[in-house]
Design a protein around this ligand. Structure first.
Ligand code: PMP
Length: 454
């Protein structure tokens, strides 16, 4: 057997690509990366790209943060691995749980670790099923989420995800119910105000709970801003109206803050930006600034008490992963929280978010084919439309957003196509000059592609 020669050919030969547009890779070749510098990544051919996606939303401190790498190395030298079963766990794990409760919006709480955001959502669902059964409500198993939600890819978290692509797996499982996505610009009806739209969605929530039976619902999960659905902030007053309905029927509210946690929206948590208090938070990605695969379920005090009581009844919670609370992951997370909150990264997001919004808004206003700019903090999407007035999308077969992303890549800028949108969620270390580089390259790419398809 002769091995293929180029990096791109070797990647194609041996990789089963996930979430990858195969025609793009077939015509352009994979981008094989070797290292990074600040918010830039560098490929095997020495080409630099400003990664305006922070990897997958997670590399918030950039790609060469020395302090984070040193924290990892120090912990690998000191105690390179352990679990959290049988009442044995590392000192780093204890310190991180303490820290997570301290920086959470909860006064008290408890933390459970996983290796990913998907597993953290699965863990939360199992915890709810376990809790309700223990409290004499084993029929409380249905999970409410929204269309365009992204909660992960494991069987349960994929069932929670509100995307049609999961049909190829025969998912969602029964009992996972998807409500209307709170995107007013796209789903608002003719003549409807944003407030009326929100009220309609809240009526839908209550009607659904009543139809299904309130005592069959285990929990409601929501991203404060839908991320992989295309950066969709909630419509006006959404969470303020949803929470009382959930409370009325005793349904726990879980905020999936895998993307929005640790500063992405301008505050530590997205629920703070949107002014609501969940019963638990799902965290991952930024938790370790992308340096270690780790997720966490952070239970607020009341839910923590109830789950703890349920565990005490049977004297054991039969759940956990080999690497739950991994000491190196925890040491990195402790350092990442410190870096983001105390080394000016979160402040940089706060300070530069208005400039980012302003620059993107100017691009939208200059373009005939950007219909909406939406986002908050350091997470934004520009939606391409054929006709701005009627909001008519481009024909899907034109793959407009993929073409824009490819044109950006050619210019040395990485951004992500999502539906008909282009998503930007830069690392928190971004400077003003680097932001200008994003504006310049993005606008050139948009002009090129719209000239081809319009
Ligand atoms: N929840 C949200 C909100 C996410 O954005 C993601 C990942 N993009 C997940 C869960 C799943 O996380 P992971 O890919 O680590 O399983």
């Amino acid at each position: 057997m002769t091995k293929p020669q180029s990096w791109e050919a070797r990647a194609d030969e041996y990789s089963l690509y996930g979430f990858t547009d195969l025609p793009s890779v077939a015509s352009r070749g994979a981008v094989v990366l070797t290292h990074g510098e600040g918010p830039y990544v560098v490929d095997v051919n020495g080409r630099r790209y400003l990664d305006a996606n922070s990897g997958l939303w997670n590399m918030v401190a950039g790609f060469d943060h020395k302090g984070l790498a040193e924290a990892a190395k120090a912990q690998y030298d000191r105690f390179p691995g352990y679990h959290a079963f049988f009442g044995r766990l590392s000192d780093q794990t204890v310190m991180l749980s303490e820290k997570l409760v301290e920086v959470s919006p909860f006064e008290r709480g408890k933390v459970f670790y996983t290796n990913s955001g998907s597993e953290a959502n699965d863990t939360m669902v199992k915890m709810l099923w376990f809790l309700h059964a223990s409290e004499g409500n084993p029929q409380r198993r249905k999970i409410l989420t929204r269309w365009n939600a992204y909660h992960g890819v494991t069987v349960v978290s994929a069932s929670m995800t509100g995307k049609p692509y999961n049909e190829v797996f025969g998912l969602p499982l029964p009992g996972f119910i998807h409500l209307t996505c709170p995107h007013f610009w796209r789903y608002g009806e003719a003549g409807e105000t944003e407030e009326q739209f929100t009220a309609r969605l809240v009526r839908e929530l209550e009607d659904t709970i009543r139809r299904e039976g309130p005592d069959t619902i285990a929990g409601f999960f929501a991203e404060p801003v839908q991320g992989a659905g295309g950066v969709i902030p909630p419509s006006k007053g959404y969470f303020q109206a949803v929470l009382p309905i959930l409370r009325k029927y005793g349904i726990p509210m879980i905020a999936d803050e895998v993307i929005t946690g640790f500063g992405r929206t301008g505050n530590t948590w997205g629920c703070q930006t949107y002014g609501f208090m969940p019963d638990a938070i799902i965290s991952s990605k930024n938790l370790t600034a992308g340096l270690f695969p780790m997720g966490a379920v952070i239970l607020g005090g009341d839910l923590a008490d109830r789950v703890q009581a349920a565990v005490e009844k049977i004297e054991e919670f039969p759940h956990g992963f080999t690497a739950s609370g991994h000491p190196v992951g925890c040491a990195i997370a402790l350092k990442a929280i410190d870096v983001v909150m105390n080394e000016g990264l979160a402040d940089n997001v706060k300070r530069l978010a208005p400039r980012l919004e302003e620059g993107l808004r100017a691009i939208m206003e200059r373009s005939e084919h950007i219909g909406e700019l939406r986002g908050v903090g350091f997470m934004w999407a520009l939606e391409a439309v054929r006709d701005k007035a009627t909001r008519t999308p481009f024909d899907g077969s034109l793959s407009v957003s993929e073409r824009i992303a490819n044109a950006c890549t050619d210019l040395g800028l990485i951004c992500r196509p999502l539906g008909q949108s282009i998503v930007l969620c830069p690392p928190f270390v971004l400077t003003e000059a680097q932001m200008d580089e994003i504006f310049d390259k993005l606008e050139r790419a948009l002009r090129k592609v719209f000239a081809e398809v319009a």
